[in-house]
Design a protein around this ligand. Structure first.
Ligand code: UFG
Length: 327
């Protein structure tokens, strides 16, 4: 298929592009390079530098004619979204509405969207399945939930068929080592651990060790970015072959504590990774673990690269390669 990947120069987007190419799809990347990297682009693909807030850019892109598009262009810092909601309203919501209007105007009716486990908020039960109540605790999660609702309306009114993929904690890097462009100013756990392991920061903080978990630190379901990328391609094939929309959770179904992650990183990297236990970070639920049964049933998808050692070693390799090329 001819696929437009919006946000295809970013961390997850570039892995999705690599997987689409491996499956023989013809890819064009659309990205404003605000956080995406030129380094993440493949020479074989067309690249459009454009912005989802610019409807002329979008119309020019969709005017080229695509069978489908994947939308990964969003701000994603949950904490920041509570302080600067307008930034998230404009980019995530207005930007997506621009995309929906341009895509449907140009008859591009298959969409795969990066949603998030943040749509659920504090878990009412575990593991979290697709029917779990949706009460986002931060504005970022609300933008994702509202976009899921917009897509459902565009399905009814415009015949858009979409896949909403609710990622749990995306982590890891391309196991083949082709993609190793690092995110700038990361806020997520594994990149911060790696910055300490690689001497880019002195030490790290562990936010809270008094949670009701096996070692007192928060439990998350870390899912490898290559597993997510595989799911995007399967979701695209599902919605286009069945002409049916789909909303699905993507996780490894395994919970790992922050301390377990840090200790595994010490073992794998051989670095001490100094860490201080500090107070809890606002808005962190104690435990988030996905049920991926529906993804298995509908997409025949199961995480294959999401064990802790693969998550850490692929990330460490990316950090080492990136840093050695910078020198
Ligand atoms: N953590 C630390 N120290 C750090 C950074 C994180 O202890 O320096 C802890 C957090 O408190 C949390 C865990 O590591 O307990 C994971 O934190 P992340 O910031 O990496 O990820 P979150 O679980 O907060 O959120 C991520 C994505 C969201 C997504 C969510 C879905 O950033 O966009 O997963 O589960 F919605």
């Amino acid at each position: 298929m001819k696929v437009l990947v919006i946000g295809g120069a970013g961390y997850i987007g570039s892995h999705v592009v690599k997987e689409l190419m491996a499956k023989g799809h013809k890819v064009t990347v659309f990205d404003n390079l605000s956080s995406g990297l030129k380094q993440n682009l493949f020479a074989e693909n067309d690249f459009i530098q454009g912005d989802i807030l610019n409807t002329t850019d979008l119309d020019a892109a969709f005017g080229r004619g695509f069978d489908a598009f994947i939308h990964l262009a969003a701000f994603k810092a949950a904490g920041e979204s509570m302080i600067k909601p307008e930034k998230y309203s404009v980019n995530n919501i207005t930007g997506t509405l621009n995309i929906l209007n341009s895509a449907t105007a140009h008859d591009c009716k298959y969409m795969v969207f990066s949603s998030s486990a943040a749509v659920f908020g504090e878990p009412q039960y575990l593991p979290i399945d697709e029917n779990h109540p949706k009460n986002p605790e931060n504005y970022y999660g609300y933008t994702k939930l509202s976009i899921e609702q917009f897509m459902a309306w565009y399905d009814k009114l415009k015949g858009l068929k979409y896949a909403a993929l609710r990622y749990f904690n995306a982590a890891g890097y391309d196991p083949e080592g082709v993609l190793y462009g690092l995110e700038q100013n990361p806020a997520n756990l594994l990149p911060i651990i790696m910055e300490v392991a690689c001497g880019m920061r002195e030490k790290m903080k562990i936010f809270g060790n008094d949670y009701d978990t096996r070692d007192g630190t928060c439990i998350r379901d870390y899912v490898h970015v290559t597993d997510l990328a595989i799911a995007h391609v399967k979701a695209l094939e599902y919605i286009s072959s069945k002409n049916e929309s789909l909303t699905v959770n993507l996780g490894s179904e395994t919970g790992t504590t922050v301390t377990e992650m840090v200790e595994a990183a010490r073992r794998i990297t051989g670095h001490a990774i100094p860490a201080d236990y500090v107070e809890r970070r606002a808005g962190d639920p104690a435990c988030l673990v996905a049920s991926a049964k529906y993804a298995a049933e509908k997409l025949n998808w199961k995480a294959q690269y999401s064990d802790i050692d693969t998550l850490i070693s692929t990330t460490y390799n990316a950090y080492k390669k990136f840093n050695s090329e910078k020198k």
